[in-house]
Design a protein around this ligand. Sequence first.
Ligand SMILES: C[S@@+](CC[C@H](N)C(=O)[O-])C[C@H]1O[C@@H](n2cnc3c(N)ncnc32)[C@H](O)[C@@H]1O
Length: 412
Amino acid sequence: MNGFAFAYDILAKIYKEDAFSSIELNKRVVGASNQAVVTRLVYGVLQKDTELEYYISKFTQKRPNKSVAVLLKEAMYCLLYMDSFPDYAVVDESVELCRKIGKRQLKGFVNGVLKNFIVAGKKAELPKDKDERLSVTASVPLWLVRAYIRQYGFDKTQEFLSVEEFTKEHIRNNSRVWTTAQLKSALDEKNISYAQSSAGGFFVDNSTYIKELSAQGKITYQSMTSMLAVQALEVKDGEKLLDLCAAPGGKSIYASELADIEITSCDIYEHRLELIKAYVERMKAKSVNVMLNDATQYNDAFYCSFDKVLCDVPCSGLGVAGKKPDIYLRSSMQKVLELSEVQYKILSNASKYVKPQGRLVYSTCTTLREENYNVVGKFVKDNQSWRVLRHENFLPDGKGCDGFFIAVLERK
Ligand SMILES: C[S@@+](CC[C@H](N)C(=O)[O-])C[C@H]1O[C@@H](n2cnc3c(N)ncnc32)[C@H](O)[C@@H]1O
């Protein structure tokens, strides 16, 4: 069965060694003859992890070890979602793979579990509890479903957790190279359909031509919500902008196109500063100065020096977990709360770098209030000279909007 063993190898690295799916797929799968099927298997299993975990619990007496659990997840995923793989082939291949990974003694167990799953119609009775049932059907960890229900209520949570994954890419024009009208005619000429988003970018199907335009710096991939976060800064000619968590540079570079401004783009990792430099070069951006800086530490050199400060803080990324499903494997409420402390420190320092009358934008790509309004709310409570001018919480809508949060703050 094409790609089954290869996908297993990658999944085992993700589950057992904490590898990142995007890195493993880029390193090992891009360009391979079975790229499409391996990518689908890897992302599919990760997306359905909670659901598959539930089936394993229902069809085994005792949870198998990690290697065999990964094998069962992949096999069950194929049985449920890969119509092109016949059931008997999935069972045979799984039993054979069991031998290859050194678990010969568990061949009978794997064979039995999968056959019972098929005989049961590839389903099991769903949990009686509403929250648990939603966790299984939406395939989202229970702790997170409960946190969402506390925040949004059951119906809204069910609604946004059940949206179909949106498959189009969001791109924006590089106004330094050509006009939006020129981009539109180029797309028309190639018969590429596009739909303009509320941020002024375009939803398109990814294709070789779109990739070429991106490589030439004529467009860039940037989410609609990322564009909106930059627009919230309302940059004007002559201003100075500080982007405290800037790599790979998407927001700094977009801001540099919106007005004639001077930007200081910082990040804590030297290697990520190189990403900003490469992005600047590709997009022919101007006045973007790159600097190593830990935003959790107060930097006196920045004191009251910037008209605008952007805090696009490190976050759990739960708002984009649909596209990066291994985010769920790595998240927990404990980690979310730890992140919120880092975010608060960054926001507090950032506020000291803003000139009087200046503006601060705080953004995340997560949907939990612990990293969003709670951080900003605590900040304005502790710093009475600041107020939240506006804030917006975006939820995945299946039409191209990611889970995202933007708050605009200013001195009273
Ligand atoms: C959400 S990403 C930023 C994305 C970027 N603004 C863009 O639009 O391309 C968060 C960034 O914060 C950086 N980071 C994490 N901790 C940091 C810290 N203490 N100080 C500065 N940057 C930090 C990460 O390396 C990462 O590049």
